[in-house]
Design a protein around this ligand. Structure first.
Ligand code: CP
Ligand code: NVA
Length: 308
C-alpha cells in the first residue's frame, strides 16, 4: 500500500482501519514465508537504527532479527552511549541519523521526544514504546487475536490493571478494528482522559468502557489482557502499586467470568503471582508466546510497508 511508504508509526491513532488491516494481512503473509523457509529480502541494503532509553528483550531482538531477515541491518543504539545521553538535541540527532539510515525505531519515556524525532527526521520513525503508547505490541496482539478467533470485529477485549501505555494502545487499536474494549483499573490508575476520548472517537459501533470493576470488564470477554503493575521508570512505586492493584490480579476466579474459550494475553515481561497467576499465564488458554513471536512478523510487515 503506497500510502504507508515513508510514514512514521508514532501511535495507531494515526493509521486508518484499512491501513492496520493491510499491515495485519502482510504480517500473516510474512509469517507464512518464514514458516515455509522462503527467503524474502525486500529491504536488502537498508539500515534500521534502534534507539533504546529503556530495557527490552522482545522489541530489540524482534526488530534486529526482523530487519536482518528482510535483507537489511539493525544498529542497536543505547541512549547512554550515543550523544543524546549527553544532551545533544533530538532534532540534531534526527537530522544526522537521516543521512545514514533508512529508518529509526525508538524506545523512550516521553511521546513528545518521539514526535520531535519524527518531525526532524526525513526517514520513517517507529515508536518502540513510550510512557503513553506501545503500537508495535498492539499490531502483534491484533494479529494473534485474529489467528486465534478468526476475526476481530465484534469481539470483546478486557484489560485488567494499570491504565498505562498498553491500556492506551489497546483502547485505540481495538476501537479502530471493531472490538469492544473494557479497561478495569483502580481509580487513581485509570487511562488518561484525553486518550479515552480519542479511542471513543474511533469506535464505530463498538464500545470503549473504563471501569474500576474487574469482574464487569471481564464479563463475556473473548480476550483477557494484563500487564505489569509498575512499568519501566516506576520501579520506586512497586510496593505502593502492589497494594493498589491487589484486586486486579488475573486468576481463575476472575477468568471464570469471561467466555469459556477466552484467551489470555500479556505483552511480557510478566510477574507471576502479581498481575497474573502462573496457572493462567502457563495454562492452556494463554497465547503469550505466540503473541511474543508475532512481534517479529508484525514488525517485519511494518518495516516493509514503511521502508521499502
Ligand atoms: N513486550 C515488550 O515490548 O517487551 P520488551 O520490553 O522485552 O521489548
Ligand atoms: N507497561 C510496560 C510494558 C512493557 C512492554 C512498561 O512500560 O514497562
Amino acid at each position: 500500500q503506497e500510502q504507508l511508504k515513508g510514514r512514521d508509526l508514532l501511535t495507531l491513532a494515526d493509521y486508518s482501519k484499512a491501513e492496520i488491516a493491510y499491515l495485519l494481512e502482510l504480517a500473516d503473509q510474512i509469517k507464512q514465508k518464514r514458516k515455509n523457509g522462503e527467503v524474502y529480502q525486500p529491504l536488502k541494503g537498508k539500515t534500521l537504527g534502534m534507539i533504546f532509553e529503556k530495557s527490552s528483550t522482545r522489541t530489540r531482538v524482534s526488530f534486529e532479527a526482523g530487519i536482518y531477515q528482510l535483507g537489511g541491518t539493525g544498529l542497536f543504539l543505547s541512549a547512554n552511549d550515543i550523544q543524546i545521553g549527553r544532551g545533544e538535541p533530538i532534532s540534531d540527532t534526527a537530522k544526522v541519523l537521516s543521512g545514514y539510515l533508512d529508518g529509526i525505531m525508538i524506545r523512550t519515556f516521553s511521546q513528545k521526544d518521539v514526535e520531535d524525532l519524527a518531525e526532524n527526521a526525513s526517514i520513517p520513525v517507529i515508536n518502540g514504546l513510550t510512557d503513553n503508547y506501545h503500537p508495535c505490541q498492539v499490531l502483534a496482539d491484533l494479529q494473534t487475536i485474529k489467528e486465534e478467533k478468526g476475526k476481530l470485529d465484534g469481539l470483546k477485549l478486557a484489560y485488567i490493571g494499570d491504565g498505562n501505555n498498553m491500556a492506551h494502545s489497546l483502547m485505540i487499536g481495538c476501537a479502530k478494528m471493531g472490538l469492544d474494549v473494557a479497561i478495569a483499573a483502580p481509580k487513581d490508575y485509570q487511562p488518561k482522559t484525553e486518550i479515552i476520548e480519542l479511542a471513543k472517537s474511533f469506535a464505530d459501533g463498538s464500545e470503549v468502557v473504563v471501569t474500576e470493576d474487574a469482574v464487569e470488564a471481564v464479563k463475556d470477554a473473548d480476550v483477557i489482557y494484563s500487564d505489569v503493575w509498575a512499568s519501566m521508570g516506576q520501579e520506586a512505586e512497586q510496593i505502593e502499586r502492589e497494594k493498589a492493584f491487589a484486586e486486579y490480579q488475573v486468576n481463575s476466579a476472575l477468568f471464570a467470568h469471561a467466555q469459556s474459550d477466552a484467551i489470555f494475553m500479556h505483552c511480557l515481561p510478566a510477574h507471576r503471582g502479581e498481575e497474573v497467576t502462573a496457572e493462567i499465564i502457563d495454562g492452556p488458554q494463554s497465547v503469550v508466546f505466540q503473541e511474543a513471536e508475532n512481534r517479529l512478523h508484525a514488525q517485519k510487515a511494518l518495516m516493509v510497508a514503511l521502508m521499502s
